[in-house]
Design a protein. Structure first.
Length: 268
């Protein structure tokens, strides 16, 4: 889908940045009078895994939700600044939010499959977009489940309830459901926090595989996970973006003392 479809305008010039998929400029986010994110600016590279780290309540998930306008669902939330996706400010009031969420998909901390079959979980949103042809739907289901490394485990029970899957399988199903919409960006809000170590490892393997096709931003409290799977890391603290750099540098030679203290477990 072109970024043109995100904006309710008849004509707009789009200059596609070949290096970065998102450009955050002077972004502040408020819940009422509380400023949860404080004037942050940074760029997120295409086909990289970008990890957002920091203690609870520091603004990581608030920022992540702003990237596909989930904060719109909170009446007291408001934003200032810009988040540019292919040079379009997705915080603009005339953005088509439904189209945006197809381009920038999100998977939440707790797996949330619909109380439907595995097949219908994948096709639920696709049917609403107008696709009804069974052979097309079948192809999308298989392709999405394969990308989520789940096809071989569920191909013989596609019409069984998704709620019968294990926690790790449910989370991969939620990823497959998001991938079925063919997004460019995948937002993951602590996708492994409720999973056992084996399921966690499968999700990490999946993320490393998916980055070749998608740009991924992940919130995680697991420092080992961030160091294993991400290309770049952003350290948030009290709503500020303290430091953002190549992950290896963040974990071995950070510029900021607060970053080193957090990485080493002295607070958080």
């Amino acid at each position: 889908m072109s970024a043109l479809s995100l904006v309710d305008r008849s004509v707009i010039e789009v200059k596609v940045n070949q290096e970065n998929i998102l450009n955050v400029k002077n972004l502040s986010i408020y819940y009422g009078s509380n400023q949860a994110v404080k004037n942050i600016s940074f760029e997120i590279a295409k086909n990289d895994v970008t990890a957002l780290i920091g203690p609870s309540g520091c603004g990581k998930s608030t920022f992540l939700r702003s990237v596909n306008r989930m904060n719109d669902l909170i009446p007291i939330s408001r934003s200032e600044g810009e988040i540019l996706y292919e040079d379009i400010n997705i915080l603009d009031s005339n953005i088509n939010v439904v189209a945006l969420r197809k381009e920038i998909g999100m998977v939440f901390q707790k797996p949330n499959p619909f109380p439907k079959s595995i097949y219908n979980n994948i096709t639920h949103a696709i049917r609403f977009s107008g696709i009804r042809n069974k052979s097309v739907l079948d192809e999308i289901v298989e392709s999405s489940l394969r990308k989520a490394a789940l096809w071989d485990e569920v191909k013989d029970r596609l019409h069984k309830s998704a709620l019968s899957l294990s926690g790790g399988q449910q989370q991969r199903l939620c990823i497959a459901r998001t991938l079925a919409m063919k997004p460019s960006v995948l937002l993951l809000d602590e996708p492994c926090s409720a999973l056992d170590p084996i399921s966690n490892a499968k999700i990490e393997e999946l993320i490393l595989d998916l980055k070749h096709e998608y740009s991924i931003v992940i919130v995680t409290h697991n420092m080992h996970q961030a160091s294993r799977i991400s290309d770049r890391t952003a350290f948030f603290l009290n709503g500020d973006l303290v430091e953002y750099d190549i992950t290896e540098k963040i974990f071995t030679n950070p510029n900021e003392k607060k970053t080193e203290e957090y990485i080493s477990g002295r607070f958080g």
